[in-house]
Design a binder for this molecule. Sequence first.
Ligand SMILES: *[C@@H]1O[C@H](CO)[C@@H](O)[C@H](O)[C@H]1NC(C)=O
Ligand SMILES: *[C@@H]1O[C@H](CO)[C@@H](O)[C@H](O)[C@H]1NC(C)=O
Length: 464
Amino acid sequence: MALLSRSQFTRLILVLGLIWYRSGALFKNCILYKSSFPTGYIANGDYAKDCNTVRDPEHERHESLNSCEDSTFWELRDAEGRVLERPVIVTCDPGRKAWNTVMGPLRNPEPRGGLWLYVHGAPTTTGRRVATKPRVLAPDVAPNKAHRIVLKDYPEGHDFHPLGVEVWPSYAGNSSNLYVINHARKRTTIEQFVLSPERPLEAEYVRTISTPYFVSPNALALTTPDAFYVSNDHLITRRWPIIGYVLPVIESVFALPLGFVSHVTLTPPGSSGSSISKHNFAKLFVPFPNGISLNALGNRLAVSSSSLAQVLIYKRDPATDALPQLINAVQLPFTPDNIHYTESRISPVEEIIVAGHPNFIDLSKVAANKTGAAAASWVVAIVPKKENGKPETAFDLEAPVSANSKLPTDGARWTLQTLFQSSGVESEGGFGASTTGLRDPETGNFFVPGLYAEGGLMVCKPSN
Ligand SMILES: *[C@@H]1O[C@H](CO)[C@@H](O)[C@H](O)[C@H]1NC(C)=O
Ligand SMILES: *[C@@H]1O[C@H](CO)[C@@H](O)[C@H](O)[C@H]1NC(C)=O
């Protein structure tokens, strides 16, 4: 005890207690213990047969489909609102190991990341019938292949480090507003583009949206073509000199509730003055809010808290965009990243697909470009229970590493089902650092971007 006075010792115990109290499950599951993941597992399918990493031999490495963060479906609907096609848009940044404002480092912001479009066909091996529908997307965009989207009229000398992406559906072939969070060198901005199904490989730059309130935007959820929620993952960012190396980590590890969720309404494009007509703090004091998703009815907003290892589900008032009530906090067996409300194939209630990082130390090693490092992938669905039951002690029984091996029970209203797992060891055919899980409700096709994956998108067409 010579090193610490009694009061210092007490304080240390208090601090450790606080970490444990705030983020005990995260500490145990994502830092202390390491599970042994298979090379690959996909629910209802065979990883070796049904999953492929999308590679891109045509572009040089710095412009390739590599190190991807977010992905979203671009719904192409008819005039009545029926979805005809659902190509995937992916954000990638091959330079992430030299520029990452969330995890570091901040070395070289120069090479631009990119946007990609992936058109997926119906699965060929199943008996599932997918009715032929009229095609909206330009016919020359080949399916089962990733296409780099050109940024048309993008300002010279403006960085592009895309993170969260969302796009409004296209109706009867009209254009869609596309928003991309951009970790540019000085500050994080949101870039607005217009994308048309006729020329889907050309995103036309509209404007850069910027405000001092965008401290560290991470993900977006659109509420209209011109308004969105945005998560700000930290208050203290790595861009701050000196303390920027330490404080964001402390903010994360202690799960300090300094992140927030805003709702932003834009002015019409081309109007003079600020591009923002209204900014509201929808929720303050959220620890490390990361992914964010609105349900189909628009009366729920889900936010993943990476440092609590939880998905927080808020009631939303569609008239005011307020989030008056926390309805549920779902504990995850990993550090959650992006999330998506998704139509269920068996129930009228939507599921939430959550991707994340089972071991934070491994992810940090990959981020630091340590030789031989690999970060595992884990994607689960939060599946609503039919009736409010009671928490059960046996769940997620088919997964190689069950969520049940990390969490003693599921919830009264929710259970967890593993959809995807991988050790992330690429040399053995694994796929690492899953950030998003997307599942096409019609075909079951499943998409996972990997934060540092060479060949940044995994596509699975589960056969069962
Ligand atoms: C990461 O390491 C590889 C070799 O292991 C090297 O070729 C590459 O330049 C490194 N990347 C960065 C951003 O330091
Ligand atoms: C396309 O049509 C939808 C539905 O009518 C509308 O909400 C949207 O604003 C339109 N998009 C553009 C860019 O005009």
